[in-house]
Design a protein around this ligand. Structure first.
Ligand code: TYD
Ligand code: MG
Length: 447
């Protein structure tokens, strides 16, 4: 056997060096270099160039699950031979979700190989019992050596394979411990090659780690076909499955689930779920029809202002961008003459949702104004609009879909930028209240 060349690689950032270094010049981490044997490049049969118009359009159908929130994020089901990475914090519910998915595929008549490097077969059986997963056609393999895993998969040739988790498996011949960057990367590349050559889809679990001691899913994003993140607040039962990369569909789609005692349950009407605990006369609360991918979603934005005991008042943003909050606070101070320099401001999006679009600006501004003035915003209206630095309001995209969602949930009116009404077809379900500027919107909402 030819001996492979060796390089040294930083376990923190992936920087490579021909010799060992005590401190990484890229990320300044100490003692992060480990040796990695580069496998000799295998000679492969030469590929043939094909004229694009001659390439067949036929392809094998996607594996569609009876879990439509999951299908949605994937762009309509699992593409055969694809490698899908599902990342998330430990304990968020990744194993639960994929055991449910595995159970569904097995019930639909396809065999599934569930490789568990973290839990025993017995533990998985207990969980399956709770989730109502029967387990016929579902094979559990407690193994962490990649060679053995692929051998077993080659014998079984399942419809779907789940690896729980990428940090637990190791590839023989790579000189570092399981979970290290070089291991995680090597295993992923080999799984990718296997998925492509066998046509069997693989769902790969990857833990996100805050301290970076074990390599997280971010370093794998460019290797795999699809990257999904399962997110949620620790104390909220809602879980969002978010598409970050998708070679077979659009990204920015989200699937919404709720963690119950019998596993993850789809939330089919998320707007209603997120608004269900709203206090009608709450001061500092505003409803905003946001758009997540193609899906309109009504969220409640809450703000609380309170006199600061610090020279530098504090701003806290949960679910909205911190810099956006600073911008809105500055515009409120300068253009709407609100005294916020002696106030701490906390902004929160209910249900652990993250709102990143500027279309929520006006909602954030009104929530802050409502809290500062102690006046509630009419609970039957929603608001949408981007706020500019001179206090002007800007139109937002796809207004009709947002309005339709709000109307569906019984809201009567929408406060929006005057310019947004131009070109909008008549919308009889809802009263449209135009405002030219942030000051005017505040006047209307806090009358
Ligand atoms: P798990 O899937 O083990 O998380 P991960 O694989 O991402 O680390 O989920 C663990 C949490 O989910 C655990 O705190 C208990 C909770 N849970 C439920 O609430 N209901 C259930 O039916 C199951 C199986 C787990
Ligand atoms: Mg797990």
């Amino acid at each position: 056997m030819t001996k492979g060349r060796t390089v040294f690689m930083c376990q923190n950032c992936g920087h490579e060096s021909p010799k060992w270094l005590g401190r990484c010049p890229e990320c300044n981490q100490w003692n992060s270099y480990v040796e990695r044997v580069l496998s000799p490049v295998a000679t492969r049969p030469k590929a043939q160039a094909q004229e694009l118009s001659q390439v067949s359009l036929e392809h094998s159908p996607r594996l569609v699950l009876p879990f439509s929130e999951f299908n949605r994020v994937l762009g309509g089901g699992i593409v055969p031979g694809s490698l899908v990475l599902i990342g998330g914090d430990p304990g968020i519910g990744k194993s639960t979700l994929l055991l449910q998915v595995a159970g569904m595929v097995a019930e639909g008549g396809g065999e599934v190989l569930y490789v568990s490097g973290e839990e025993s077969v017995h533990q998985i059986r207990l969980r399956a019992e709770r989730l109502g997963v029967l387990g016929a056609g579902l094979y559990i393999l407690p193994e962490i050596a990649l060679g053995n895993i692929l051998e077993c998969a080659q014998e079984l040739l399942p419809r779907l394979m789940v690896i729980d988790s990428i940090q637990a498996v190791y590839a023989e011949g790579t000189a570092s411990t399981a979970g290290s960057l070089s291991q995680v990367r090597e295993c992923t590349v080999r799984l990718m090659q296997w998925a492509k050559s066998s046509g069997i889809s693989i769902l790969l679990i990857g833990h996100v780690t805050k301290d970076g001691t074990i390599a997280g899913p971010h370093v794998l994003e460019h290797i795999v076909d699809v990257v999904l993140y399962l997110e949620g607040e620790r104390f909220s039962s809602y879980r969002l499955l978010r598409g970050v990369k998708n070679r077979f569909g659009s990204i920015n789609e989200i699937g919404i689930f709720e963690m119950r005692d019998r596993g993850l349950v789809e939330v089919t009407n998320p707007s209603q779920a997120f608004l269900s605990q709203r206090a009608e006369d709450a001061i500092g609360s505003v409803i905003v029809p946001t758009l997540e991918g193609t899906r309109p979603l009504l969220v409640e934005i809450q703000a609380l202002t309170s006199p600061s005991s610090f020279a530098l008042p504090r701003r806290t943003a949960n679910g909205v961008d911190f810099n956006r909050l600073l911008l809105i606070a500055a515009v409120l101070t300068r253009r709407a003459k609100m005294t916020l320099s002696n106030q701490d401001i906390i902004v929160n999006v209910v249900g652990g949702i993250k709102v990143s679009e500027p279309a929520a600006d006006l909602g954030i501004a009104l929530a802050i104004g409502s809290s500062l003035r102690g006046i509630r915003v009419n609970p039957s209206i929603v608001t949408i609009g981007e706020v500019g630095l001179s206090g002007e309001l800007r139109a937002v995209s796809q207004l009709e879909r947002r309005l339709a969602e709000a109307a569906k949930l019984g809201f009567k009116a929408c406060l929006l930028p005057a310019s947004a009404r131009l070109g909008l077809p008549p919308f009889p379900q809802m009263e449209l209240i135009p405002a030219d500027s942030l000051s005017q919107a505040l006047k209307i909402a806090l009358a």
